[in-house]
Design a protein around this ligand. Structure first.
Ligand code: AHR
Length: 508
């Protein structure tokens, strides 16, 4: 029996399009994500545009981030949007009770967020308050943002300096309603979601895609209850579902337990594998939530939105436990690549995903040094960059043969993960070697179209816990990969131990 791992890819058998929105992001008023991350204020010595850090914007623009979710998270259900408009020195303060119990001065509010999205070229995904806000308050916020005439909320927006309405494509109805968003029962929340969605209106040409707060990981009852609450979904395939259009799930990866999640940088080989098992669970969750959704929605009209995902480790020693600041190693990069393989495989149902969170919190793209102000790109950032061509490309099935499997804490962990896509005459194949100790060669058995040329990039380092710091900002950075050779069936690709490789193909 052959022991060479083979990946069979039919380049002309395309599946559903991979929405660019699965490469979405999340920024909460939490720790140093907004304050010190995105926002430094107009008077800061750090170069900024109207208070927003320029280097952060430039780094994220290179990722072509498609959307940004804000203001939470748990914070969203405590947030009252009127506190964050008008002259900054007159805005009321509030306590951020979820995250460090710090006082929030509301200097970053609606206008600042919309300005940030415009600078990034990203679609806003605003998370509305169901937990402690009223239906009227949510309705007014939508009107304030999106209405063009002289309605009361549009006039208020103009008085605050913004004439034109903004486009807001994505609207969240609460967050983790089963927990910090109100400790509600599924049935109770399903009714509220319908009500709040109804009053989150489309104004002018702004067409909201409303996303109801969804399940915690494997809470299939939550998904089933929300799906049951829809008006008849079996009608015409093209019809827009209502009163909301999508529902979310949240799932975090860790090697330990919620009370001791493990260190971001000091981990054993066993913890590496436990982490990979946990990351691969995303595929199972998507399969099972999709199965529930398929039963009620055979035409696939309702979108599944993974609007919080990523690693969650113990905070870095000496930092505020409420600020969720963690380092980011090659292990985090592989967790991200495994998640993208799952999102690509479920492209027919998964319409959006948002990694938690963009700057300085949990599995961040960017870390800023509070003393020097230095900006560091994390290994996870590089996975997003290496995968950019998957955005809005047609998914391709990857059939893996002879993948070695490791028995890990009672679970079977396949040591290679892969996905692929094609757009016009270019294909991208992503390959993750989850083996912490050994390299592997994978034969790409390429069928259906000719390959006129190829190039490859690799992300790896000498150790699995390698990470970037202001002193060593490129300890983990992608480089051109020369471990790719012609093979009678396509190409042969070397995957070093704990590595991520992308192969770009020019198709004839
Ligand atoms: O991302 C951090 C927190 O994790 C969010 O605020 C909450 O929704 C989740 O529990």
């Amino acid at each position: 029996m052959s022991t060479i791992t083979t990946a069979v890819v039919d380049l002309d058998l395309t599946g559903p399009t991979i929405s660019r929105h699965v490469y979405g992001h999340f920024a909460e008023h939490l720790g140093r994500c907004i304050y010190g991350g995105f926002w430094v204020g107009e008077d800061s010595a750090t170069p900024n545009v109207r208070g927003i850090r320029s280097d952060v914007v430039e780094a994220l623009k290179d990722l072509r981030i498609p959307n940004l979710r804000w203001p939470g998270g748990c914070f969203a259900d405590d947030y009252h949007w009127r506190d964050g408009i008008g002259p900054r020195d007159q805005r009321p303060r509030m306590v951020n009770s979820h995250w460090g119990d710090v006082v929030e001065d509301n200097s970053f509010g609606t206008h600042e967020f919309m300005d940030l999205c415009e600078l990034l070229g990203a679609d806003p995904y605003v998370s509305g308050n169901v937990g402690s806000g009223t239906v009227q308050e949510m309705s007014d916020w939508v009107e304030y943002l999106t209405r063009g005439d002289d309605s009361p909320m549009a006039a208020l927006r103009r008085a605050n300096g913004r004439d034109e309405p903004w486009k807001v494509p994505f609207w969240g109805l609460g967050n983790e309603a089963w927990g910090c968003g109100g400790n509600l029962r599924a049935e109770q929340f399903a009714s509220l979601a319908r009500q709040y969605a109804t009053y989150s209106r489309n104004h002018g040409g702004n067409d909201l895609y409303r996303i109801a707060a969804g399940a915690n990981a494997d809470d299939y009852h939550w998904t089933e209850t929300l799906m049951r609450s829809f008006d008849d979904l079996s009608r015409e395939p093209g019809e827009k579902p209502g009163p909301f259009q999508g529902l979310s799930i949240h799932y975090y990866t860790m090697s330990g337990t919620w009370s001791d999640k493990g260190s971001a940088t000091e981990f054993s080989t066993d913890e590496w594998y436990a982490t990979m098992v946990a990351a691969r669970r995303m595929d199972e969750l998507l399969t099972r939530h999709s199965t529930v959704m398929d039963r009620y929605d055979p035409h696939g009209k309702v979108g599944l939105v993974v609007d919080e995902w990523g690693t969650w480790w113990n905070v870095e020693p000496g930092t505020n436990p409420g600020f969720l600041y963690q380092q980011n190693t090659l292990r985090d990069a592989l967790v991200a690549s495994v998640h993208f393989d799952a999102f690509h495989a479920h492209a027919g149902r998964v319409v959006m995903a948002n990694i938690a969170q963009t700057v300085n919190v949990l599995q961040a793209m960017l870390l800023t040094d509070p003393e020097s102000g230095a900006l560091v790109l994390t290994p996870t950032y590089h996975v997003f960059a290496m995968n950019a061509a998957h955005q809005d490309a047609a998914s391709l099935a990857v059939h893996l043969r002879d993948v070695p499997v490791r028995e890990t804490a009672g679970a079977q962990l396949p040591l290679v993960s892969a996905s692929a896509s094609v757009k016009d005459d270019a294909a991208l194949i992503s390959l993750s070697n989850l083996d912490a100790e050994a390299g592997r060669t994978v034969v790409l058995d390429l069928r259906g179209r000719g390959v006129a040329g190829h190039s490859a990039r690799v992300l790896t380092a000498g150790t699995a816990n390698a990470h970037n710091t202001p002193d060593a900002p490129a300890a983990v950075a992608p480089r051109a990969h020369d471990g790719v050779r012609a093979h009678e069936r396509g190409l042969e690709v070397d995957l070093p131990a704990h590595s991520y490789v992308t192969v770009s193909l020019d198709l004839s």
